[in-house]
Design a protein around this ligand. Structure first.
Ligand code: 13P
Length: 250
């Protein structure tokens, strides 16, 4: 039985005061659920603040990105070892905003995946198709292609200690959500792809859905066989919404 995972991706939102209010409210409002982990990924500059606010809480801390190199002349970048040092357990990699806006390639993301694991972080690898790709019937090719590069680079066994997030680009921040059936179909493709190489890893790996997850659609999404939780953007900044999303996982 896979344990659920719900991730709050704050993206480039937050300030010290609003961060503190949000974390206090989550600490107070989250009921202990043994069947699901909750992970908060704030902007990196606030990791230390959030780590302190999470002292004594079950909520885990993660980052939104890292670099593939461990140290060196990479102005503005943050390494996996630094994130580990700050108390992170997970790091989001290959988010579509990174792929699109910062031209991150599959190969670069694969390098980050290995760097994260080498430093003891669990990578959350994001994959997903654009609307044009979906309409051209390219969803499976795109999603499995993105996965394939990392599978080749890191090997299937590495996925025993990783999370995958399926985030259709057309559903991110748009209010359009993949229907539970559409999402389940892609999640099953992803799991089957891994099962071709290792059935045990495929059975254990958590595959999250992301893209306009809200309190109102979370129950149906999480009820799907191959959906093991959510990667939540906008709704993770609204306490009541996020608490309801978390309690939707049963
Ligand atoms: P929204 O939940 O705002 O659509 O964002 C999804 C996302 O990109 C999470 O990583």
């Amino acid at each position: 039985m896979r344990k659920g995972l719900i991730v709050a991706n704050w993206k480039m939102h937050g300030q010290r005061a609003s961060n503190a209010a949000l974390i206090h409210a989550l600490n107070a409002g989250l009921t202990k659920q043994s069947d699901v982990d909750i992970l908060v990924c704030p902007p990196s500059i606030y990791l230390e603040q959030i780590k302190a606010l999470l002292a004594g809480s079950n909520i885990l801390l993660g980052a939104q990105n890292t670099h593939s190199e461990e140290t060196g002349a990479y102005t503005g970048e943050i390494s996996a070892g630094m994130l580990k040092d700050m108390g992170c357990t997970h790091v989001i990699l290959g988010h579509s905003e990174r792929r699109e806006l910062f031209q991150e390639s599959d190969e670069f993301i694969a390098g980050k995946f290995t760097a994260a694991q080498t430093r003891g972080l669990i990578p959350i690898l994001c994959v997903g198709e654009t609307l044009a790709q979906r309409e051209a019937d390219e969803t499976a090719n795109i999603v499995l292609g993105q996965l394939e590069v990392v599978l080749k680079h890191a090997g299937v066994v590495a996925f025993g200690n990783a999370v995958i997030a399926y985030e259709p680009v057309w559903a991110i921040g748009t209010g359009l959500t993949a229907s539970p059936e559409q999402a389940q179909q892609v999640h099953a493709l992803i799991r089957n792809k891994i099962a071709e190489q290792d059935a045990g890893v495929a059975g254990d790996i958590r595959i999250l859905y992301g893209g306009s997850v809200k309190a109102d659609n979370a129950v149906e999404l999480f009820a799907q066989q191959d959906i093991d939780g959510g990667l939540v953007g906008g709704a993770s900044l609204i306490v009541e919404e996020f608490l309801r999303i978390c309690s939707s996982y049963t």
